[in-house]
Design a protein around this ligand. Structure first.
Ligand SMILES: [Zn+2]
Length: 570
C-alpha cells in the first residue's frame, strides 16, 4: 500500500494530447510553441481541477524540450523532459499563492527571475491562485511582470479571474479553461479504469462524472474512493449507494406518473425515497433539476444545456416528447413554488405531497360532482366571500338559505357591487384549472353543521367565551360581559357603548364566532356589532372632525375664522 499513488497524480497528463476536454486551448498553446510566438505572461482561468496547472507544466516542459515533436508536444525522452517528469527540473518554479501570499514569498520568487537557466531556454514561473496575493505582494510582483528578462515566462492560474487586478490582466495572455464535459470525463475514467484493471459500468462512471461537476481531479478522487469501497467491479448501484445519489430512475418514473395522473403511485415513490434516507430538500432540488433537463431536451437547440451522458440525454428527449412542453412548463412552475415555500413550511412533507397531487392533476384535473352538475361551486365561493366581507351588517338569515337563494339567481343579475372584491367570478363558466379543482376538493369534504339553539344557550356560550378570555385579554372579557348580544328578529346584535369597545369586539369577532359555532354546532351562527345610540349621546370620545363640526354648529362665526386663517385639521 505504501507505493499507492492517487489516480489524479498517477494519471496526470504528460502531453497536451492527454489533457482532457480542453482541445481548443491546448491546440492554441501548441501552435504558439511551434511558431515560437511566446508571450511573457499567461493567465489561465477556470474552475478547480480542469487542468490549469497540468497545462502550465506541460507548456513549461514543451518550451524547454530539446527534441519537440512536429505537432508541438514535449518528447518526454530528452534530459530536460525527464528532469521535468521526475520533478527536479531547475527551469520550473511554482508558488501556491493560496498559502504563500506575502511580499517576502513573491520576492523570493522574483529574485530567481534574474538567474539564467542552466539547461534549456526558459525559466517558467507558475503562480497558482494568483488572486490570493496580498496587495503589497501584487505590487511587488507587478514590477517584475513589467520588465521580465527574455528567458522568464510567467504562468498565472486562478479560479477567480475577477479578483485579479486589471494591471496584471492587461499584461497577460488570457486562457479560459472550461468545465470538462460529462462525456469527456466518462471516457477518461474508462481509460483509467482499464489501466487499473477495474471493470466499470458506463452508468456508474457517469454518476461519478456528474458528481465531479466538470472537474477531472474531483472525478478521479471520487473514482479512487469508489474503488476502495467496492473493489475492482464498479456498478451503478454501488456508486449511487456510496455517493448517496438518488437514482434518476425515480425521477423518470415520477414524471411518468404525474403525466398519467397517478397520485397514489407518486406518493408511494416519494415515500420510498424518504425511506432510503434522502432529505426532502434534496428531493425537490433533484426533481426540479430533472424537470429542467426534460424541458431543455424538448428543443434540439437547447439539448446542449444537458450535462449528462448521451444515453441519459436520449432518455430526457424521449420523456419530453411523450409529455409535451406545456405539461413540463406547468410542472416546473409547481415544483418551483414548492421549493420557494419549503423553507418556511411547517409541514414540509405535506407541502411536497400536495405538490405531487397538483403535478398529477395537470393532465387529469379531478372534476367534482357538484361542479359537473350545474357549475355552482365558484358562485358559492363568491357568495361566501361576500358574506364574510359584510359581517358588520346583520345577516338576516342563516348562510345556507342565502346561498340557496343566490343559486337560482342567474349570474348576470348579481349586482355589480358584489364583484368588487373578487376577480375570478367575472367568467361565468368555471374554468377547470388546477386551482379550482383544489378548492373544490376542500369544499366537498366540509359538511356544514346547522343545529338549533336558543337565545339562552347563545348567551351562555357568549359568557363562557368572555370568562375564558379574562386571563389573556381582561379588557375584551369586560366588554363582552357589558355588551351582551340581544336577539332582534333572526339576528343577534351586540351593542357597545363607544368606538373603542366596538373595535375591540370586531377585532376579535372571528375568534368569538369560531367558538360560538363550535359550541352551538352551527356553522351559520353570526352576530353584528353596533354602537348604542343611547350611549352615543353621552359618550366622551370624539374625533377631531366631530369636535370641529360641533364647534361650528354652536358658533357659525367659527367656520369664517377657519377659512380666514386658512386653518385645517391635521
Ligand atoms: Zn523533450
Amino acid at each position: 500500500m505504501n507505493d499507492y499513488i492517487v489516480s489524479a497524480r498517477k494519471y496526470r497528463p504528460s502531453t497536451f494530447q492527454t489533457v482532457v476536454g480542453q482541445t481548443n486551448l491546448t491546440s492554441t498553446l501548441k501552435n504558439a510553441i511551434l511558431t515560437k510566438h511566446l508571450a511573457h505572461a499567461y493567465l489561465f482561468c477556470g474552475p478547480r481541477g480542469v487542468g490549469k496547472t497540468s497545462c502550465a507544466r506541460i507548456f513549461a516542459k514543451a518550451i524547454n524540450c530539446l527534441n519537440i515533436t512536429p505537432n508541438g508536444e514535449p518528447c518526454n525522452e530528452c534530459d530536460s523532459c525527464r528532469a521535468f517528469n521526475e520533478q527536479h527540473s531547475f527551469n520550473i518554479h511554482e508558488l501556491d499563492a493560496a498559502s504563500n501570499n506575502s511580499v517576502e514569498d513573491i520576492r523570493s520568487l522574483t529574485e530567481q527571475v534574474r538567474i539564467l537557466p542552466q539547461v534549456g531556454k526558459y525559466s517558467v514561473f507558475i503562480i497558482d491562485e494568483v488572486h490570493m496575493l496580498s496587495q503589497a505582494a501584487f505590487n511587488a510582483f507587478l514590477k517584475t511582470l513589467e520588465e521580465p528578462p527574455a528567458h522568464a515566462i510567467f504562468i498565472l492560474a486562478t479560479t477567480e479571474k475577477h479578483k485579479v487586478i486589471p494591471t496584471i490582466l492587461s499584461r497577460c495572455q488570457i486562457y479560459d479553461f472550461n468545465r470538462i464535459g460529462i462525456n469527456d470525463i466518462v471516457e477518461h475514467l474508462f481509460f483509467v479504469a482499464n489501466s487499473e484493471n477495474v471493470v466499470a459500468e458506463k452508468q456508474a462512471l457517469s454518476v461519478i462524472a456528474e458528481k465531479a461537476d466538470g472537474g477531472m481531479r474531483d472525478a478521479l478522487s471520487i473514482f479512487d474512493q469508489i474503488v476502495s469501497f467496492c473493489g475492482t467491479n464498479i456498478t451503478y448501484d454501488k456508486v449511487i449507494e456510496s455517493l448517496n445519489v438518488l437514482d434518476y430512475q425515480y425521477y423518470f418514473s415520477l414524471v411518468e406518473n404525474f403525466y398519467k395522473g397517478s397520485v397514489s403511485q407518486s406518493l408511494l415513490i416519494f415515500d420510498e425515497i424518504l425511506n432510503k434516507g434522502f432529505d426532502m430538500q434534496h428531493f425537490i432540488t433533484g426533481l426540479a433539476q430533472h424537470l429542467r433537463n426534460v424541458m431543455v431536451s424538448f428543443d434540439s437547440q437547447t439539448t446542449c444545456l444537458l450535462e449528462v451522458t448521451d444515453e441519459v440525454a436520449h432518455r430526457y428527449v424521449e420523456q419530453s416528447r411523450s409529455c409535451g412542453i406545456a405539461f413540463i412548463y406547468k410542472a416546473l412552475m409547481l415544483i418551483n413554488e414548492c421549493d420557494l415555500a419549503f423553507r418556511t413550511s411547517r409541514n414540509k412533507r405535506l407541502l411536497i405531497e400536495i405538490t405531487l397531487i397538483k403535478l398529477c392533476q395537470i393532465q387529469h384535473p379531478i372534476v367534482v360532482e357538484a361542479e359537473k352538475k350545474n357549475e355552482i361551486l365558484p358562485i358559492k365561493n363568491e357568495i361566501q366571500g361576500q358574506v364574510e366581507k359584510k359581517t358588520e351588517t346583520p345577516l338576516s338569515q342563516p348562510r345556507q338559505q342565502v346561498i340557496e337563494k343566490q343559486e337560482v339567481t342567474p349570474i348576470n343579475n348579481v349586482p355589480t357591487k358584489t364583484f368588487k372584491s373578487t376577480v375570478s367570478i367575472s367568467t361565468s363558466v368555471p374554468k377547470k384549472t388546477v386551482e379550482k379543482q383544489e378548492s373544490s376538493l376542500v369544499e366537498r369534504d366540509i359538511v356544514q353543521k346547522n343545529d338549533d339553539y336558543t337565545e339562552a344557550t347563545f348567551l351562555n356560550v357568549w359568557e363562557d367565551f368572555a370568562a375564558n378570555a379574562q386571563e389573556r385579554n381582561a379588557s375584551l372579557s369586560r366588554t363582552m360581559f357589558k355588551s351582551l348580544p340581544k336577539k332582534q328578529g333572526d339576528v343577534y346584535v351586540v351593542s357597545t357603548v363607544n368606538q373603542l369597545q366596538h373595535k375591540e369586539i370586531l377585532d376579535n369577532k372571528q375568534e368569538i364566532l369560531t367558538f360560538l359555532r363550535k359550541k352551538l354546532s352551527n356553522d351559520f351562527v353570526n352576530f353584528s356589532v353596533e354602537i348604542s345610540l343611547e350611549e352615543e349621546k353621552n359618550r366622551t370620545f370624539y374625533t377631531s372632525e366631530e369636535k370641529l363640526s360641533q364647534m361650528v354648529k354652536e358658533n357659525s362665526d367659527f367656520s369664517k375664522l377657519c377659512s380666514l386663517m386658512d386653518l385645517e385639521l391635521d
